[in-house]
Write a protein that binds this ligand. Structure first.
Ligand code: NAD
Length: 339
């Protein structure tokens, strides 16, 4: 059993904690939180041990009638691997603390690439990370995860000469009431390329990819428009078969009546997905088109969810000898990945 602690219990942390608890070869030691809010109460309701992320704030938990199992150092010490799900930039500050306990750590995509020993995406570089001496791994961001899942098989099957991607990013997550824009579509960043292309290269170093990004007043999902010049000229149907064979890519069937992120999230909830989560890239089947060697497609990405199975695989890559194919299959089966 791999004992796993989760530090930071927000959008990503709560999902990673549930995913870890669902694994047959992992045990969730507990989660660390800064304050006794509704998420702390929900964690207790799920039976998770709570730890004070900031020891001086432990009294606030006692005042709220919440029993703590210990502080962050206790959690780190009791864990074989810690998954840091703190806001961007805090993971960098926490790294030394994990190292002081000799506890390997997973960090998230909001951190700069050099904060961890390696960057990670299960489809792109699981075995390279597993076979390395890395003590920390950064699961690349939601957008980078999604791009890597599509570009890796395209590169293997056809060769990618050049990928150009426009990312329409959600303005904030549904609970982030202070994010925006609320009535505009804003280039973010205005300079080109956005950081996403270089970030793909942290896990797929050989691929030429340029990205442009805008922020839109939506909270549910990101939308990507891909144009990939391939080194050969397959039929659209063959590309579709290739993507359908990827367990973490869902090719939306024609006729399903799914016209956007609203319908996708509704579908996820109808399918009984926890929190309406879509762990898979959602690629519109009829958008997969080729003009010569230029491939086009649209996909939607549920930013709160797609990195969650990747975190589970990253834990195995750091802590075990389990092969990629086995880890991915175990993660997918225990979560129910694959629509
Ligand atoms: P979040 O704000 O929803 O959650 C972070 C949690 O950490 C909050 O509960 C916050 O109170 C807590 N926290 C703050 N300071 C802390 C500290 N010192 N110690 C412990 N906990 C602390 O953030 P998130 O969206 O879950 O993002 C976490 C990381 O995941 C970031 O690096 C982010 O870039 C990355 N990420 C986010 C998304 C997304 O769409 N939300 C997708 C992929 C990756």
């Amino acid at each position: 059993m791999i004992r796993v602690g989760v530090n930071g219990y927000g959008t990503i942390g709560k999902r990673v904690a549930d995913a870890v608890a669902a694994q047959p070869d992992m045990a969730l030691v507990g989660v660390a939180k800064t304050r006794p809010n509704y998420e702390a109460e929900a964690a207790l309701r799920r039976g998770y041990d709570l730890h004070a992320a900031i020891a001086e704030r432990a009294d606030a938990f006692a005042d709220a009638g919440i029993d703590l199992a210990g502080d962050l150092d206790d959690l780190i010490e009791a864990s074989d691997v810690v998954v840091d799900c703190c806001p961007a930039g805090i993971g960098e500050r926490n790294r030394a603390r994990y190292a002081a306990h000799d506890t390997p750590a997973i960090l998230q995509g909001g951190e700069a690439a050099d904060v961890a020993d390696v960057s990670f995406n299960a489809r792109a570089n699981y075995e390279a990370v597993r076979d390395s001496d890395a003590e920390s791994a950064r699961v690349v961001s939601c957008n980078t995860t999604a791009l890597s899942r599509v570009l890796a098989p395209l590169e293997e099957e056809y060769g990618v000469e050049k990928a150009r991607v426009t990312l329409i990013r959600r303005g904030g997550d549904p609970a982030e009431t202070d994010r925006g824009p609320i009535n505009d579509v804003v280039p973010d960043p205005v300079s080109i390329p956005s950081h996403h292309g270089p970030d793909v290269n942290t896990v797929l170093p050989g691929i030429a990819v340029d990205t442009l990004a805008v922020k839109a007043p939506v909270t549910r999902m990101h939308t990507h428009g891909l144009n990939v010049t391939l080194e050969s000229t397959p039929e659209a149907g063959a590309v579709r078969d290739l993507l359908e064979a990827e367990s973490r890519v869902f090719v939306i069937p024609e006729g399903a009546g799914v016209d956007g992120g609203g319908a996708l999230k509704d579908y996820a909830m109808d399918a009984g997905r926890p929190r309406g989560d879509l762990w898979e890239n959602c690629v519109w089947g009829e958008s997969i088109q080729l003009q010569g060697s230029d491939l086009y497609l649209f996909e939607n990405v549920h930013q709160e969810a797609d990195v969650v199975p990747e975190n589970v695989d990253a834990i195995r890559a750091l802590a075990t000898d389990v092969p990629a194919v086995e880890s991915v299959a175990r993660t997918d089966e225990s979560l129910g990945v694959g629509l």
